[in-house]
Design a protein around this ligand. Structure first.
Ligand SMILES: *[C@@H]1O[C@H](CO)[C@@H](O)[C@H](O)[C@H]1NC(C)=O
Ligand SMILES: *[C@@H]1O[C@H](CO)[C@@H](O)[C@H](O)[C@H]1NC(C)=O
Ligand SMILES: *[C@@H]1O[C@H](CO)[C@@H](O)[C@H](O)[C@H]1NC(C)=O
Length: 491
């Protein structure tokens, strides 16, 4: 059977560079050495550069930023909604390094500058206005990227503290629910000591208590100091369960120590959901799903969580799914979702894009809207909006970045709320329709790292979007005539 081939995914470093002309800033053909060769080649170089600029930069963001093809996305909110800002993978580099150069708002290939975080939070604060009930969910990796070999925990901490100061500055009355990412650790992919959690505790607790509308359980500190996770209830309406997904990560080398912490964490989750009276939102850093980044970049079906922990999680989810209204993760710097039906229970997980433009994604943030649904007044996740700026455009013009409303999952899927069963049914319906897969990819597959993304086979994309585990993904792609081999790297 001659199915589609893997070639579409092949992209080595050279090709990646071609796709990322402005990553390191400046026009790359015009290095000083080139100018010494000959006047003629210099001239050619200048002409090429001019042409390149002409083609690349006069594009107004508005004509591309919006999903466009399906009409404009409108950010709708009402004063009754609970609005939760979503921000992920800020990766703040507080002291501009060589990488950032003198661009106040940052450049592709580098982590976020303070200037970028500042304008983003300003825009977010503006969009969150109008509702009494508002909060922020921070999906991890506040800290900058560092070389693993020379990791400096004081630099990490300083970066995190600066992010929290910015939250306080822009949201003096609004609580922030943070979560810990893999870069927010004393060393990369480690299981931290209590002392690390205790240095974060103050900032986490202060940001949760800001505005006085969040209630914390009496054992909040004890639990947080042990494992860096917590639950906290907003305005007696919605409980946020913040997982420390580092404890489930497939990249932690010390599996024995990890297992003890991971199992206690999951027990705590089961008990917390068991004793919960209202609804909960689950937030974390590493997504439950396979990595879309891995699929694009490494042609690999990679899972962020170790399978054994994901399986326990799913058991707990299946038992308490009626109380969970949404699950949000970061880590991948991509805007996507995955649905799956398991033992008759539908699950959907959203992965949120980054603020950091390091992998050439347009800096993004989101707003999740919760409200009571008709006819029975249950609280539901009604929609998620994504906003992003057009960094290359504003950087070249040296203007303060503005943000566009890019995506509404509710408007794309034409559903009144994003409950798990609706998400699952609707995704299946779209995919099964005539031309459905193509539409689906046009709607959902349009992510921000366009320069990075090779054309991905619709089947691979489909299997990714409807299966959480490597085994399920492989089974799915095999139906389309692929052999699973290049897609399995860890399990
Ligand atoms: C943040 O933006 C405000 C204006 O909106 C400005 O006054 C302030 O200096 C900015 N801070 C940083 C760190 O860029
Ligand atoms: C979750 O807790 C319930 C009630 O205590 C128990 O029956 C169930 O086995 C637990 N599930 C897991 C996965 O531990
Ligand atoms: C993978 O996704 C497809 C499409 O939804 C589904 O038919 C299949 O059952 C899934 N695989 C598993 C093992 O759940």
């Amino acid at each position: 059977m001659s199915g589609p081939t893997y070639q579409q995914l092949d992209m080595d470093e050279t090709e990646k560079d071609k796709l990322l002309p402005s990553e390191k800033g400046g026009v790359q053909c015009c290095t000083p050495t080139r100018f010494t060769i000959a006047t003629l080649s210099g001239l050619v170089c200048l002409l090429t550069a001019a042409l390149f600029c002409l083609i690349r930069y006069p594009v107004a963001p508005r004509s591309i930023g919006n999903i466009g093809r399906t009409g404009s996305i409108v950010f709708q909110k009402s004063s009754e909604d609970t609005l939760m800002g979503l921000i992920s993978d800020i990766h703040l580099d507080p002291s501009p390094r060589d990488c950032v150069g003198n661009s106040k708002y940052g450049v592709f290939g580098c982590d976020s500058t303070l200037g970028l975080l500042n304008v983003t939070l300003e825009d977010m604060a503006r969009n969150l206005q109008g509702s009494e009930d508002r909060a922020l969910l921070m999906l991890g990796d506040a800290a900058l990227h560092q070389a693993e070999a020379s990791w400096d925990s004081s630099v990490t901490l300083a970066s995190i503290v600066t992010v929290f100061e910015q939250f306080e500055h822009h949201f003096p009355e609004t609580p922030v629910f943070p979560t810990i990412g893999n870069n927010d650790l004393p060393t990369h992919n480690s299981i931290p000591e209590i002392s690390w959690y205790s240095s974060l505790l103050r900032y986490f607790e202060e940001s949760l208590r800001r505005g006085g509308r969040v209630s914390l359980p009496s054992n909040f500190r004890e639990i947080f100091m042990y494992g860096g996770y917590y639950s906290a209830t907003f305005a007696d309406k919605l409980t946020v369960i913040s997982l420390n997904t580092n404890l489930f990560s497939a990249k932690v080398p010390d599996r024995n120590t990890q297992k003890g912490y991971a199992v206690s964490h999951l027990q705590w989750l089961n008990e917390t959901l068991g004793s919960l009276a209202g609804e909960a939102v689950i937030i974390g850093h590493h997504p439950l799903t396979l990595s879309l980044y891995g699929l694009y970049q490494k042609q690999a079906g990679q899972a962020s969580w170790r399978l054994e922990f994901f399986e326990i999680f799913r058991e707990i989810f299946n038992q308490h799914h009626g109380k969970i209204v949404g699950m949000f993760f970061g880590h991948e710097h991509q805007d996507t979702f995955v649905v799956e039906r398991n033992s008759g229970v539908d699950m959907a997980s959203f992965t949120f894009p980054s603020l950091s433009p390091i992998y050439s994604g347009q800096p993004s943030y989101g707003i999740a809207k919760f409200g009571e649904s008709e006819p029975n007044g249950e609280r539901k996740l009604k929609d998620i909006f994504t906003f992003h700026t057009w960094l290359d455009y504003y950087t070249v013009l040296d203007r303060k970045p503005e943000f566009l409303t890019y995506r509404s999952f509710g408007q794309i899927l034409a559903v009144k709320d994003l409950s798990f069963d609706k998400m699952f049914k609707k995704t299946e319906l779209i995919i099964e329709g005539s031309d459905g897969l193509k539409t689906f990819i046009a709607l959902k597959g349009k992510i921000y790292q366009e320069r990075y993304v090779p054309k991905l086979s619709p089947h691979l994309f489909y299997c990714y979007t409807t299966n959480f585990t490597i085994a399920a993904f492989v089974q799915c792609v095999e139906k389309f005539g692929y052999s699973g081999k290049p897609f399995i790297v860890n399990s």
